[in-house]
Design a protein around this ligand. Sequence first.
Ligand code: GDP
Length: 676
Amino acid sequence: MERDFPVEKIRNIGIMAHIDAGKTTTTERILYYSGKIYRIGEVDDGTATMDWMVQEQERGITITSAATTCHWKDCRINIIDTPGHVDFTAEVERSLRVLDGAIGIFCGVAGVQPQSETVWRQADKYRVPRIAFINKMDRTGADFLKAVDTMRTRLAARPLIVQLPCFEDEQFTGVVDLLTGKFLTFSEGDEGSSVTEEAVPEHMKGEVRKYREQLIEKVAEEVETLMESYLSGKEPSLDQLKSGIREATIAMKLVPVLAGASLRNKGVQPLIDAVIDFLPSPADIAVVEGIDPKTETKELRKLDDSEEFSAYVFKVVTDPFFGKLLFSRIYSGSVKVGAMVYDTQTRKKERITKIMQIHANTRMELPEAHSGEIVGLVGPKLAKTGHTLCTEAHKIAYGSINFPEPVISIAIEARNQAEQQKLEEALQKISDEDPTFKKCVDPESGQTLISGMGELHLEIIVDRLLREHKIKGNVGKPQVSYKEAVMEQMSGQGRVEKEMGSKRLFAGVTVEIFPTGRGGGFEFHSRIRNSNLPDDFINAIEEGCRDALMVGNLAGFTVIDTGVNLTGVEYSETDSNEISFKMAASQAVNTALQSARVSLFEPVMLLEIVTPENYLGEVINDLNSRRGRVEKLEKKDCFGIISASAPLSELFGYATGLRSRTQGRATHTMQFGYYN
Ligand code: GDP
């Protein structure tokens, strides 16, 4: 298959920002200037295109990772929306996994806010090269150099200033590009659509010379080819300088920094240029690592069309027109409409019926898609977020992201029979989209329980039920999800021999359950040798094991961090089927659970609290009274930053308490840490 678009011209990027730094405003401008939208929506009047879920617009935070495609010059830019709220860390990590580069947006007045550190550190972990945009330069008190300095002190980043903001009579007028030595201004009245290059204003000449020299020196230090000419006193050409910066950025040695004010339509076009000039294309990332699902050994794929097809599903959304839409990054090979693909996690083959290029909420159908692209796939019914799609002949799994088990649940009740069915359907949709959300029916009370990763997570889900599905259920009080885990290896056997009507069911399964350690999650390994048991039966056995671990033997809580080895099977050609294997597997695990030593665990949350120093004592006292433990205390610019852990059962209503204790001045993030 020929590709219509060269891979070198693709950029898959994310935009990372602390809430309110201007991510939405900037993204809107990028889409507008690149001709993707015809009107600039404003966050403040709730019309921004990217935040397409109503409650996001109201809350002003971006929760879903929608992806959108636009074109700039001769390049294609896929923007993957990276959520900024730490309660959704799993989503942030999944979107970082499929990005090749990112823009970090910071506020020109506040600089790097302490809580931006979390996302920045995650991007370091996934080795995502970045450029930075210091936004809101029009605001009184904006200080570009100070903001750049906070990148050094708070993020331990190595910023490279490539632009300087320019002011006339204290008004922000435009930016000077230190590479070209041109002063860029942005038209008024037509949303800043045209950019004019002018000579550098007289009052800035000295500063521009100084920072350009610094820039050349810094790049030369990192890039060998430039070092030689630098030492011989030769001024590098524009192209040499650009490619030097690109090399150092991709190697994560430097972070180019630009300035602007998105809301005033200033500085955005040069930012898009910088995405193209400095951030990597998929071709700059030679190979990607996964595992061979059979041997569980490392498996590499070249990011190339000549390789076998493989893709990673980083987000599933239920679309009103197409049903299940799988936001996917194609790593290798290509895929055509009509192709059968193999899902490594479900071990099933399913057909791709549509391939979509995605703008926030309009879609364009494509006949095929190639390595390096980010597209929406339609067709596979069983695929979920975190699954890998590939060919049956060349299987690969891109890290089975172990989704954390939900830590908090609430009961939700439909108000009448008619609503009950709507509720069930809506909850199914949400759980397809969000792997950290679960629903179940409490066997004792018969109530529907929904579980998630924190109070805010569940609040948003209840909100979605009301807004998207018009269901106003009765909601109970949040309950902590305790867990059980096995402490020793134990084997168990299950056997099913049953007559069902005229049919006989037969299957026998022997398993070994074992602890996988804190955070180890569920594992399943088939250790049976020389058996030609079909994959479908192995899947049924795995499913039976998972089901059995949903309800522990100690107090009926989910059993976590426990693995299962399948060590033996008995089967008959005529009477064994998926159902009998599933039942036998559940029995086997239950038998093993009954004899094994099992302990009870409670979820412990990790908190990061940023508070003005004068409230520090009070905040810490309160944490102590909640069985909390302060792990680290730092002081920065009159603020105290507390890293702490505390049991979730003591943290209900923490947000409200903190607010009233500090007159609304402290902020915090909370995420699940571990079970203890
Ligand atoms: P997000 O939470 O990072 O997506 O930030 P938004 O794009 O929603 O912006 C947060 C607030 O900052 C909104 O009220 C914007 O109007 C405002 N804002 C964004 N960019 C600028 C800017 O360049 N200058 C000023 N003065 N305000 C801005």
